[in-house]
Design a protein around this ligand. Structure first.
Ligand code: ADP
Ligand code: ADP
Ligand code: ZN
Length: 232
């Protein structure tokens, strides 16, 4: 199963991708995490992307597509995965389809996590991220067991510089302009599943897993899926 997770900054893509990949045994690949790791390493990719991320702009397609392609090439084709934060433009979505079709594969579902704009800002201003494993937390909604430390790896939690109020505003604008059109792209392909992301974290995970559980010969849940999804 090949999945992409779509949604505005702060919708819960990372939170849900971690939970769903754990439950279903999928590999989680997050473009934002890969860029931040490159910045921590201070390598060429890290230097190339720094100024875009700081300003809340998208990294150019050419750089982003190349990075994802390199990662996907290392995957065993039988390995199921969740792409979180990629694609974010139509050009990226088309490039992804092309990469996969060369291996006689395709994205099975695009999971769209829907959250109201007001809620996004509250989530992002309170977000804490693990420096080591990138796991997301929230000061109020999802605090770590030990203050300032990641439950999973003990790494230090920090506030991402791009989670500052002004940059959040810019990222949401960029999302509406450049990424929101992807919904139509996947809807037309009959692959879009929409879930209500304004519920408890566990409830959202349950809804995603239930929507994905649909397989040939089993009745499709009418909620919260959207559009008809072709079974492969
Ligand atoms: P994204 O990857 O889409 O930017 P994250 O998964 O990092 O989103 O979540 C953004 C912030 O919102 C984090 O602080 C996270 O703990 C919090 N969060 C995620 N899902 C929920 C939810 N269902 N309810 C409340 N807070 C949430
Ligand atoms: P969020 O969790 O808030 O949705 P991410 O961690 O996915 O943000 O991404 C952080 C930043 O990395 C983005 O604001 C953007 O600058 C860059 N980035 C991540 N994924 C992509 C992508 N697919 N295309 C272009 N830029 C990206
Ligand atoms: Zn961690």
């Amino acid at each position: 199963m090949y999945l992409v997770f779509l949604g505005a900054p702060g919708a819960g893509k990372g939170t849900q991708a971690v939970a769903v990949s754990k439950q279903l045994g999928l590999t989680h690949l997050a473009s934002g995490d890969l860029f931040r790791q490159a910045q921590t390493r201070g390598d060429e990719l890290g230097r190339q992307v720094k100024s875009y991320i700081e300003k809340g702009l998208l990294v150019p397609d050419e750089i982003t597509i190349k990075m994802i392609q390199e990662h996907l090439e290392r995957f065993n084709p039988e390995q199921s995965f969740i792409l979180d934060g990629f694609p974010r433009t139509l050009e990226q979505a088309r490039a992804l389809d092309k990469m996969l079709s060369q291996r006689q594969k395709a994205i099975d579902r695009a999971v769209y996590i829907e959250v109201s704009p007001d809620e996004l800002t509250t989530r992002l201003t309170g977000r804490l991220t693990c420096r080591r494993c990138q796991a997301p937390y929230h000061r109020v909604n999802s605090p770590p067991r030990v203050q300032g430390r990641c439950d999973k790896c003990g790494g230090e939690l920090y506030t991402r510089p791009d989670d500052a109020a002004e940059t959040i505003k810019k990222r949401i604008e960029v999302y509406l302009e450049q990424t929101a059109p992807l919904m139509d792209y996947y809807r037309k392909a009959g692959k879009l599943l929409s879930v209500n992301g304004s519920q408890d974290i566990e409830k959202v995970t349950g809804d995603i897993v239930a929507a994905l559980a649909v397989s040939p010969g089993r009745p499709r849940p009418t909620q919260p899926t959207e559009a008809r999804v072709k079974s492969r």
